[in-house]
Design a protein around this ligand. Structure first.
Ligand code: PBG
Length: 329
């Protein structure tokens, strides 16, 4: 018989045995994706019945509060436990004061979501860039983003989110000392149960481009290099994470995700702390664009991207794919 005449290598190890069937592959799979590790970003605008698609992010919308309730309830129905809110204020000024207006879209949405969508975890992004007329993440003097004055504004914003009922506030500005300042004020005001997820290692990235269209937060001049991290650095990321943990962060976040998987892995390994990754707008848009042209198989590359982020060390992932991925699982 042909079989017996085949030459057979005297191998003691044949790793392919564990890849023969889906059943055995599932048994030895080291990393799993489940819908409960996803956080779904929502862009909240004023008005009613508004559902405006973002050109560079197909499937992602600016939503008025009533529409956001529907979207969050649907996400919850898909198994996604958490949302993170970004705001599009009606007015902007140099100090970004709409960031702590109790009646602004984010604060209104927090109250509505906590009231209307049972057991939904509500997180809020805390930054000034969506609220300042110049689009910078802080108070600008000359060509400088002034750290400590900015932190005062961020504290006001975070407090207003906590008052509205946010479960988690997530400062994304990269100012020094903001985590400690937010923690102190929240505790003094009786919000000791409100958690802080700090964007601890946030890089100065071109992959935020589509987000800035979605959040209408493109800086009118200059860039974000004086506060966001240089893409070449990793030891600095560990220092940033260490500082934020010392200041009281409950969860630390690395952003973007795929170009910084080494950073994510080191952060998780080094601190063993609850760690999040942000699969950002540009990472989503490039998969969408290639998929629309038929160049990539979207369901596959979506899952492969997300599992890669998990494997590198993320406990949770902020992703615009949250609903699609949850439904596919
Ligand atoms: C700042 C913020 C940004 C993102 C999240 N929070 C933009 C920036 O720093 O310019 C980007 C998220 C994404 O690209 O999906 N509020």
């Amino acid at each position: 018989m042909a079989v017996s005449t085949r030459t057979s290598l005297a191998l003691t190890r044949r790793p392919r045995r564990l890849r023969r069937t889906e059943a055995i592959r599932a048994l030895v799979r080291e990393t799993r994706l489940t819908p409960d590790c996803f956080i779904y970003p929502l862009f909240i605008c004023a008005g009613e019945g508004v559902r405006r698609e973002i050109g560079s992010m197909p499937g992602v919308f600016q939503l008025s509060v009533d529409e956001a309730i529907k979207e969050a309830a649907a996400a919850k129905g898909d198994g996604v436990p958490a949302v993170i809110l970004f705001g599009l204020p009606e007015t902007k000024d140099p100090e970004g004061s709409a960031a702590y207006d109790p009646d602004a879209p984010v604060q209104t949405a927090v109250r509505a979501l906590k009231r209307e969508v049972r057991d939904l975890l509500v997180m809020t992004d805390v930054c000034l860039c969506e609220y300042t007329s110049h689009g910078h993440c802080g108070i600008v003097e000359g060509d400088e983003i002034v750290n400590d004055l900015t932190v005062d504004q961020l504290v006001r914003a975070a407090l207003s989110h906590a008052v509205a009922g946010a479960d988690v506030v997530a400062p994304s500005d990269m100012m020094d000392g903001r985590v400690g300042a937010i923690r102190k004020t929240l505790d003094e005001r009786g919000f000791d149960r409100t958690a802080i997820m700090s964007y601890a290692a946030k890089y100065c990235s071109g992959f935020y481009g589509p987000f800035r269209e979605a959040a209408e937060s493109t800086p009118q001049f200059g860039d974000r290099r004086s506060h966001q991290m240089d893409p070449g650095n990793v030891a600095e990321a560990l220092r940033e994470v260490e500082i934020d943990i010392e200041e009281g962060a409950d969860i630390v976040l690395v952003k973007p995700a795929l170009p910084y998987l080494d950073v994510l892995a080191k952060v998780k390994e080094h601190f063993g702390y609850p760690t999040a990754a942000y699969h950002v707008s540009g990472e989503y848009s490039m998969l969408k664009a290639a998929a629309q042209r038929g160049w990539l198989d979207e369901p596959r590359v979506m899952m492969e991207s997300l599992i890669g982020i998990r494997r590198a060390g993320a406990d949770m992932i902020i992703t615009y794919y949250a609903r699609e991925a949850a439904r596919a699982l």
